[in-house]
Design a protein around this ligand. Structure first.
Ligand code: UN1
Length: 513
């Protein structure tokens, strides 16, 4: 408890229960319905937050609209400078924020720190980007005409983030949107509001030091109702949502109905293919990290292993051995590799999925227990499971947000493995382990992996921020983070300028009056 108090103090957190923040000020500290936040690490209460009302939401939108008028006139490199300062503050607070992520979400400290590192990295990326929001120039078909295109700020960007990466995914969106000249309203997962509030404290200090107005970076603490208000709200031209496919469909439908833009980053059902030419030493580390890291709660977690029959038995035995010795425990304990699931509902979903897949014919090889006893009082610790299964099983087709790894055997060549890999509704991440160029190139080819991320000789999770992040099919099609993902945060404009004294029409049309 003392450690948490220290962390909150280091982060300068004075406001632990606001319903919203417009950047410089906090609002709605009382008189609203509250939500108690408990740590999955030990079940203790860490905060009681107020839930924003529809009126609070409206107030925040109005503040954001006002701020946009100012922020869009700040030059992009100057906006980058603000992001640079945010990155500096994140560097200062890396350990404390990493610890809070660990404590509130349950991922191990190393991964909490890794998450903050992703935030720092995207800040750096965004600072560089602030001088590189490039458009093309074109040659006009008309004499003494010039054509080019530019990218302009969009306005308010709604950011709905998930509990599993409570702060990094916000930063991917927010830092890019900020240099693009947008203002943001962030609704963090109701399961992890405190890390959101911590980030808002950092933002607040930077805004104050630079004498920037209210309303550029806004935070709203709420549940699905606030998400729904945002999705239906014409004043929010872009909604970026990370979470389940069920949630994403609702957001996508509501935003689509008003012809707004959405950026959806939804469920994955990520597979690693192990061909007979796989380097098993390397593959094993990638598989275990991918399957049990973050207790199976990354959207990039490895859920399926598609193994060539010639090495199937060997891989299975080695995995069983590795799973026997997994240190499961408190996420802030330095020896732990597997922390808890986020809450008891997740534990129930984990157990139910294991039961159902066994009814379908799957064989549970190891794990699946809910841990009890000393250190496990929160009821959120489970033993990661390995199940022998077939790709077409209903449970294998689903994303269960928990550490269940399905072993699937294939015979034949890499095309047979690819058919299994692509044979699910989701399309986020994928990987192949093989030292055979013919296999790895087939995997990367236009008839290979159908996912947004396709890796060779590394696992499915742990993507770097420099690439565009997202996936196809039910994963939603959105791209966040690096490469040219910034373009979705801007509106594109084509400009044609006539610097002559004639008015020639395009396509050679004659129209004399
Ligand atoms: C997520 O789980 O929503 O590639 C994001 C990874 C991390 C991000 C995951 N860099 O696993």
């Amino acid at each position: 408890r003392k450690e948490l108090a220290d962390v909150l103090q280091q982060l300068g957190i004075k406001e632990v229960n606001p319903a919203y923040s417009t950047g410089l000020s906090w609002g709605g500290q009382e008189g609203r319905t509250t939500r108690t936040v408990t740590s999955p690490a030990d079940g203790s209460t860490i905060a009681t937050v107020n839930m924003a009302t529809a009126e609070d939401y409206d107030h925040v939108v109005q503040q954001a609209q006002e701020a946009f008028k100012v922020w869009r006139k700040v030059t992009a490199p100057k906006r980058g400078e603000i992001v640079r300062q945010i990155g500096d503050k994140l560097r200062q607070h890396k350990e404390a924020l990493g610890k809070l992520v660990s404590y509130e979400m349950g991922k191990i400290y190393q991964e909490g720190m890794g998450e903050v590192q992703e935030m720092i990295d995207i800040c750096d990326f965004a600072v560089g980007l602030s001088r590189q929001l490039h458009g093309f120039t074109m040659h006009s078909e008309r004499p003494q005409h010039r054509m080019y295109e530019q990218y302009h700020p969009l306005g308010i960007v709604g950011i709905i983030s998930a509990f599993n990466f409570p702060v990094a995914v916000w930063s991917w969106n927010a830092m890019l949107a900020a240099v693009c000249g947008d203002v943001m309203i962030w609704k963090p997962s109701e399961k992890t509001p405190l890390t959101g509030i911590a980030c808002q404290h950092i933002i607040r200090d930077v805004l104050a030091e630079n004498e920037l107005p209210e309303g550029i970076f806004n935070l709203i603490i709420g549940d699905a109702e606030i998400g729904s208000l945002m999705s239906h709200d014409k004043r929010v031209p872009l909604v970026s949502a990370t979470g389940s496919t069920r949630m994403g469909k609702k957001v996508g439908e509501a935003v689509g109905a008003r012809l707004g833009k959405s950026l959806l980053e939804l469920g994955g059902n990520n597979a690693i293919i192990l061909t007979e030419n796989a380097d098993l030493e390397m593959a094993l580390r990638a598989i275990v990290f991918g399957a049990v890291g973050t207790c199976g709660q990354r959207c990039t977690s490895t859920r399926r292993l598609i193994i060539h029959e010639s090495i199937y038995e060997q891989v299975k035995q080695r995995l069983l051995k590795a799973y026997q010795n997994l240190p499961i425990g408190h996420p802030l304990d330095s020896t732990t590799l597997v922390g808890p699931l986020i809450d008891k509902d997740s534990v129930t979903a984990f157990s139910a999925a294991l039961e159902k897949v066994q009814q379908e014919g799957g064989a549970l090889l190891v794990g699946g227990e809910v841990l009890t006893g000393e250190g496990y009082e929160s009821g959120t610790y489970v033993k990661p499971a390995i199940v022998e299964a077939e790709n077409h099983y209903e449970m294998v087709q689903e994303e269960t947000f928990a550490p269940i790894l399905y072993l699937i055997k294939y015979s034949g060549d890499v095309e047979d493995a690819l058919e299994l890999q692509n044979g699910v509704r989701q399309g986020l991440s994928s990987a192949i382990f093989s030292t055979n160029l013919l296999e790895t190139e087939a995997f990367l080819s236009h008839w290979g992996s159908d996912c947004g991320i396709a890796n060779v000789n590394i696992g499915t999770s742990g993507a770097e921020i420099g690439g565009a992040f997202g996936g196809e099919k039910e994963t939603g099609g959105g791209r966040e983070s690096g490469s040219d993902a910034w373009k979705v945060y801007m509106r594109r404009q084509t400009n044609t300028i006539n610097y002559g004294r004639e008015l020639p029409l395009a396509q050679g049309i004659k129209f004399d009056i």
